[in-house]
Design a protein around this ligand. Sequence first.
Ligand SMILES: Cc1cc2nc3c(=O)[nH]c(=O)nc-3n(C[C@H](O)[C@H](O)[C@H](O)COP(=O)(O)O)c2cc1C
Length: 293
Amino acid sequence: MSAGKKGGNALPTTRPHDPWLEPGGGTVDAAPAPQLFSPSELFHEASKLCPGDRALYRWIGYVSSSPEMHATLSRPLVGYRAYPPIPLPPTRRAAALPFDAVVLRRRSRRSFGAVPMDLSTLAEIVRLGGGVSHVLRTPEGVNWPFRTAPSGGGLYPVDLYCAALRVNDVAAGLYAYVPTDHCLQQVRQGDLREELSSAVPAHRDSIAGASACLILSGVMERSKFKYGERAYRFLLLEAGHIGQNILLAAEAMGWGAFPVGGFLDDPVNHMMGFDGVEVAALYLVLIGKEDSP
Ligand SMILES: Cc1cc2nc3c(=O)[nH]c(=O)nc-3n(C[C@H](O)[C@H](O)[C@H](O)COP(=O)(O)O)c2cc1C
């Protein structure tokens, strides 16, 4: 019954009944049918793919097989190359728990005991969260690095940052994680707890005891140039994939993690130096040693 944007149909004028919200069943006749649609509904409609989107499919096919594109994707991002890299310790196999136990144990842990985190633990969490896991050799002989979390077209529009609050061997501050080099690059120095607390006022206590806050940001154009409006869906999905990797990695290593979507956008973007439009914070994950389960 879809009123497809390209199908020439008008948008529906009544809402489908959601039995989950109204378990008693029945109709929604009592509520006036809204004539205006929310921005999220309009966005969802505008980003639907239709069989007639031939120009878009041709463009996607062209980009996917373009040697120039492969060469671009094989190069490290230029973003923070001016900052001195901080190499991360090599892999530490700390996860003694089997995968199913980790998945079943994962909870959002909100209460942290102000315990400093070793750099090797942080290194493992970011590596499993969004590090390079394998390298694809393209037909032209270019090495294209792929990561632990899937990404539409392998474009990796979501970047990972770490606000080090209590991490041994690194100064408090904001760091960009560079997956291709498995290193951190400092973007800002200083204690970010107060700034972070103002941006996430509902979770001041969690921030006060946390060891690190990982910030997942989206660089819109990195995916949008290829996928158009659909790209924004991809960015959010990809942040979810990386976020879950981080949550499971932390759980596996005996650390607690707390995913936060309810943050004030402008203060977080300001803290990060993002414009909030082209580049924007999407998701935060606080990590710490759980205080009392
Ligand atoms: C996208 C997303 C955003 C979230 N944002 C918040 C948040 O802002 N504040 C909060 O207290 N919990 C937040 N959570 C955590 C949920 O409340 C939590 O996952 C839910 O209660 C289920 O509990 P569990 O994670 O322990 O299984 C978020 C979870 C997700 C997936």
